[in-house]
Each structure stands twice: as structure tokens, then as C-alpha cells.
Design a protein around this ligand. Structure first.
Ligand code: GYE
Length: 320
């Protein structure tokens, strides 16, 4: 045989051996409620392409019913692995049992499900939301001390919560309260739901402001469970003649680009990072399952905290 041909065949067989077998993944995404979610979807799609994973992507438009339907369809399609970001923590056991019966491994991404159902999943990849709540409270105390003269009694905080029953809303509330209670300087005086949406953050804040005349100086700070709701609240505050970032201290979670822009404008005091760039970790986990590795039950993603003073340096480095 011709030597070049011989070498070419050799190279081809090495490459063929190195390429992992194909994987089909069904992914049920929550929706597109925030900039975080949009960045998360992009990260998943990009990583699937880069890792040669065939992705069947389903957008549930915030509905658990749609997520359950999508997962059932993935089971019928006999995908190799199912992954999903659960909109709420409860109500998954039945469908997870169906996946188990069909021997399809399941990865939970971003939002956690009930601990009692963890026996039915391969792993949960996501952030420590309770810690994010704690960090937001610490950040708020620092910002209040910086912006407002120390007054007697506690600073009054308005909380704008994320989607009812979702892991980040439950845990961020808990973590924040833990630190607030210990600190003795933060007191939550109102708590309203904003479903992680900017439009609702604005609406909820306007409702509160309409019932709180400016002269009363009814509160000192806003803690929003994500940046988009904080941006909505900031717009509402400005619309009613308040100076967010100064008269009213505002902190939130996610660390999206727009949050850094708001910090540079002096209107947001701090954002706690929660990275949506989970695509590569997800695809790695799928490959590990395929090659028979046992995954850690919990893969925690790491993140930082960004006060207003860091915004100018950080903005150019942001990837979402
Ligand atoms: O903070 C919010 C999004 O589940 C961590 O969902 C995620 C949250 C994120 O809508 O912006």
C-alpha cells in the first residue's frame, strides 16, 4: 500500500476513536423572563454546538405544565439525557420516576428541586442561592453605611421577590433574612412578588410608592431578587422623584451588563453575581454520564459580589 495512504488511514482511525459517541439531550428551559435567562439559553446552545451534543430545546414560557409535557416528550423520543431548569421546586417526582423507568438520566440545571426528589436525578448544577441572599444583605448594609447617615433603629427594606415557589426566590429570601435578623440594622417592611420580570419590578414599586408619600421617607432600601426587577424598581423610583442609589439604596442579584451600567450611573448600589454561563458544565456532565462516571450529586457554581465602586472596571469584562 502507498505510504501516504497508509498514514492517512492511521490518522483517520485515531480521530475516529477519539470522537466520543453522539449524545442527544432534551432540555426544558423555563422561558425568557430575564436577561439572565436569555444568557443562560445562549450558553446552553453554544456549548451543545461546541461539544457536538444534539440539543432538543423546549421553551416552557414560565409554565410547569409545559415543562412536564416537554420532559414526557423527551422520554418518548428516547433521548440519551434529559436536562431542565425547574420553574418551581415541587411537583416533579412523577415525571422523574417515568424517566427513571425508561433509564434516561436527568440533570437539573440552575434551579433546585425538592431535596426529597434528589434520589431521582444524576446531579444538580447551580449556584448557592441562600448564600447569594446573605451576600446581598451584607452588601446592603455596606452600601447603607456608605450612603446614609447612621440612624437610630433599623433601615427599612422593601423586598421584591422572584417567581413564587422557585428555588432562587425561596433561598434568596431566607439567606437575606438570616443576615438581616442577625445584623439588627435591616428590617423588611414590605415584600412583594415580581416574578423576576423588569416590567413587574416597576409595577410593584410604583404600587408601593403610590401608597407611600415621599415626604414620609417610608423606606431606605430595596432588595430585588434579580437585576431586572431592580432596574424596573429604579425606573419607578426615578419616575416618582426619588434618587435611587442615593436616597434609596438598591441591591440585587445576577450581575448582568445592565446592572453595571446602572451602577456606573450611580443608581444601583451593588449586585451579587449568579452566573448563567452553565452550558459547558452541563455538557461535561452529560459526557461524564455517557462514559459511566459517577457525578457529584451537587455541582456548585462560583461567583462574586460587585459594589458600585467596581462597576467601571468590571463592565468591559462582563460576558452577559
Ligand atoms: O436570578 C433570574 C432568572 O434561576 C438563578 O432566574 C435563576 C434566576 C435569575 O429569571 O434573573
Amino acid at each position: 500500500m502507498d505510504l501516504t495512504l497508509y498514514i492517512l488511514i492511521g490518522i483517520f482511525s485515531v480521530v475516529a476513536q477519539a470522537a466520543p459517541p453522539p449524545i442527544t439531550m432534551g432540555f426544558s428551559q423555563i422561558g425568557a423572563e430575564s436577561a439572565w435567562r436569555v444568557a443562560n439559553t445562549k450558553s446552553i446552545k453554544d456549548a451543545a454546538k461546541a461539544e457536538g451534543v444534539e440539543l432538543i430545546f423546549a421553551d416552557a414560557q414560565q409554565s410547569q405544565v409545559n415543562q412536564l409535557k416537554a420532559i414526557k416528550t423527551f422520554i418518548l423520543q428516547k433521548v440519551d439525557v434529559i436536562a431542565f431548569s425547574p420553574v418551581v421546586t415541587t411537583g416533579w417526582r412523577k415525571v422523574l420516576l417515568e424517566a427513571k423507568k425508561s433509564k434516561i438520566p436527568v440533570i437539573v440545571l440552575d434551579r433546585e428541586i425538592d431535596k426529597k426528589d434528589h434520589d431521582l436525578i444524576s446531579t444538580f448544577i447551580g449556584a448557592d442561592f441562600r448564600e447569594e441572599g446573605r451576600r446581598a444583605a451584607h452588601c446592603l448594609v455596606d452600601a447603607l453605611k456608605l450612603k446614609k447617615e447612621n440612624k437610630a433603629g433599623a433601615y427599612r427594606v422593601i423586598e421584591i421577590r422572584g417567581t413564587e415557589g422557585s428555588a432562587p426566590a425561596i433561598e434568596r429570601s431566607k439567606g437575606f433574612r438570616e443576615v438581616a435578623d442577625q445584623s439588627g440594622v435591616l428590617k423588611i417592611v414590605r415584600s412583594e412578588g415580581g416574578d423576576f420580570k423588569e416590567s413587574l419590578g416597576k409595577e410593584v414599586m410604583e404600587g408601593i410608592l403610590d401608597g407611600t408619600p415621599k415626604a414620609s421617607g417610608g423606606f431606605d432600601a430595596v432588595f430585588a431578587h434579580n437585576d431586572n426587577m431592580a432596574l424596573g424598581a429604579i425606573a419607578a423610583l426615578k419616575g416618582r422623584g426619588f434618587k435611587p442609589g442615593k436616597e434609596v439604596v438598591v441591591v440585587s442579584v445576577d450581575a448582568i451588563r445592565e446592572a453595571f451600567e446602572a451602577m456606573i450611573a450611580g443608581e444601583l448600589n451593588c449586585t451579587v453575581e449568579c452566573s448563567p454561563l452553565l452550558g459547558t458544565q452541563l455538557m461535561t456532565a452529560a459526557r461524564d454520564i455517557q462514559s459511566g462516571k459517577t457525578l457529584e450529586k451537587r455541582i456548585i457554581t462560583r461567583a462574586g459580589v460587585f459594589p458600585m465602586s467596581s462597576a467601571k472596571d468590571e463592565l468591559p469584562k462582563r460576558q452577559y
